[in-house]
Structure formats: structure tokens, C-alpha cells
Design a protein around this ligand. Structure first.
Ligand SMILES: [Zn+2]
Length: 311
């Protein structure tokens, strides 16, 4: 503001507290849409506390991925199409659209399901003994859904576990502490095995079908339709240039999808099937993918066979 535009500084922030009341734009990874919010305080935990509807509008269900938080003016004056990265993935992480007002009815169901009751009735506890479906007793609990369209959708939320300090929780999501997907998975399954209400086998099957098999099959497909990249200038080519090197800088060319990338989760997928005794269909599915990978990569050099070998 001062150096480029010759104006007065806008925020004039000297200490963190000066930011309270300021507008911010929240942006979740790969969504392209920033949501307007307001800073109302700070926590010493490595989390962002906010209204469930706000988190949901960002398309975040608190699954451990990180959000960006930008001062509203920063988002406006430092945005330019000229700054956007060339790759589509980078563009998805820029606030191309801004939502100033969130329609509470249009956010994801998870935000509507948030329990804001100050107490549970005896009837609810009795129903738990009967093992009834949660959707059949949800009317006994005060959830955000029943408050939609009224002022109560924003305020007056209750809770049943009082705390003396909002900062007493877990300082950091374990999801963030683990570096690799495999570590995250093992931890998730370890937890699933401990919780009586969770069927670890079901969790394993879900991870296998929604993540691993999709990932491996997707990368396998990507390999055969892949592009080529110049190692020096990073230009991408849909087909291998006939000259065998980069036409713009002469640099060496390389593949964009590697064998390692395809096989990354193959071992883990197989272990999952064995450990949790998952249906045979899945072990066969993995075996087929393994064979396909081998056919793709193990170049069979034509071997000269001597006639005498058939004798
Ligand atoms: Zn090049």
C-alpha cells in the first residue's frame, strides 16, 4: 500500500491482537473458492477453530488437510491472472472465486449433522441400548440441521463435555505428524481395531477400494497415455518429439509417470488383503494388476534359440 500505491498502510498491525475483527479469506486445497470470514481470537493449538458451516463451505471436513488463511485485502490486491501457475493443479489452489456470504442450506451434510445439544434425553440413552439406527433417533438430538433458516443456526450452540480452556485439546492432528500415506493408514487401522464400534475389516476394505485399487489402476492407465517432459526446461509434450530431445532447448526428455509411482501402494494393498482376510476377489484383482505391470515393464529381449534345444 505504501511503497507501490503511495497510500496509507491499511492494517497497521503491530501485534497479533490487532488482527481481531479483521476479515480473512479461507481457502482449502484444490477448491479455487475462498470463503470470507472474520478473526475473533487465537488458539495456541495448531488448528483453526471456526463455525462448522464455515469449514464446510470451504469443503473441509476436518480430515487433517491444511487450509490457507489470507487477509482479505491481501487476497484482493495481490491477485492477478499473471501470477497464476501454468499447471491446473496450481490454479485450483488460488482464490479464483470469493464467497462473501455462505448459504447455510447449501453446505455439506456433515455440517448439518453437528451435534449442538446441551444435554441428551433419557429416551436417547434407552434407544442406544436397543441398537437403533442413528438416523432414527437423530430427532432426539439438537443438531444444526433443525436450526437451519433461523438465527439459531449460527449461535447458541450447546455441548455436553465442558472444558475450562479451549486450548486443552490435541495440539496437532496426528494425520499431520505422519509423513507417508502408509503411516497414516497403519495408524487409522490401529485405531479402528481399538474402537469397539468400528469394524476394522470394513475400514480396510474401504481404504483398499476407494484409495489403493483406484490409485494403482489409475496410474497404470496414466502410464500408457502419459506425456513427456523436458528435464531442463520442464516443457511438456503430448507425444515423444521425433528428435528424441527437447525441440525448444535441446534438453533430455523423460517420462511423467514412472513404474515406482504405479507400484507405490501395491505392497500395502496386498498386505491389507492378507491381514484383514478380505474377499479373494481383491487378492486376484491385485495379482492381475501386478501381472499387467510386469508385462508393461519387463522388456522381453528376443532370445536366439538354438534348434538343438528342441532335440
Ligand atoms: Zn527443454
Amino acid at each position: 500500500m505504501v511503497k507501490v500505491y503511495g497510500l496509507q498502510p491499511y492494517y497497521n498491525v503491530a501485534k497479533a491482537d490487532d488482527l481481531v475483527g479483521r476479515l480473512v479469506v479461507g481457502l482449502a486445497p484444490h477448491t479455487s473458492v475462498g470463503i470470507l470470514g472474520r478473526i475473533i481470537g487465537f488458539t495456541s493449538l495448531n488448528v483453526c477453530y471456526a463455525h462448522p458451516v464455515w469449514h464446510s463451505a470451504k469443503r473441509r471436513d476436518c480430515d487433517g488437510d491444511e487450509d490457507a488463511l489470507m487477509l482479505a485485502l491481501d487476497t484482493l490486491i495481490n491477485f492477478s491472472r499473471e501470477y497464476l501457475p501454468a499447471q491446473i493443479g496450481g490454479i485450483m489452489d488460488a482464490p479464483l472465486l470469493l464467497i462473501p456470504v455462505v448459504n447455510t442450506k447449501e453446505v455439506q451434510r456433515q455440517a448439518h449433522d453437528v451435534d449442538v445439544a446441551a444435554s441428551y434425553s433419557a429416551e436417547f440413552y434407552e434407544k442406544t441400548w436397543e441398537g437403533v439406527e442413528s438416523k432414527d433417533v437423530s430427532s432426539l438430538i439438537d443438531i444444526v440441521e433443525y436450526r437451519l433458516g433461523t438465527e439459531a443456526q449460527f449461535e447458541g450452540f450447546g455441548y455436553t463435555t465442558p472444558v475450562s480452556d479451549i486450548n486443552l485439546g490435541n495440539p496437532e492432528s496426528v494425520y499431520k505428524r505422519f509423513k507417508t500415506m502408509i503411516e497414516k493408514l497403519n495408524s487409522q487401522l490401529e485405531l479402528a481395531e481399538k474402537i469397539k464400534a468400528v469394524d476394522a475389516q470394513e475400514v480396510a476394505l474401504k481404504v483398499l477400494t476407494t484409495h489403493f485399487i483406484k490409485d494403482i489402476a489409475g496410474n497404470l492407465r496414466a502410464f500408457s497415455t502419459q506425456a513427456f517432459r523436458c528435464k531442463s526446461c520442464n516443457r511438456h509434450f503430448r507425444r515423444l518429439p521425433l528428435r528424441g530431445k527437447c525441440p525448444s532447448c535441446g534438453g533430455p526428455l523423460t517420462l511423467t509417470v514412472y513404474r515406482g509411482g504405479i507400484e507405490k501402494y501395491l505392497e500395502a494393498a496386498q498386505r491389507l488383503v492378507e491381514k484383514y482376510n478380505l474377499p479373494k476377489y481383491y487378492s486376484q484383482r491385485i495379482l492381475l494388476m501386478k501381472e499387467e505391470i510386469n508385462t508393461l515393464f519387463e522388456s522381453k529381449k528376443p532370445k536366439q534359440v538354438s534348434l538343438t534345444e528342441f532335440a
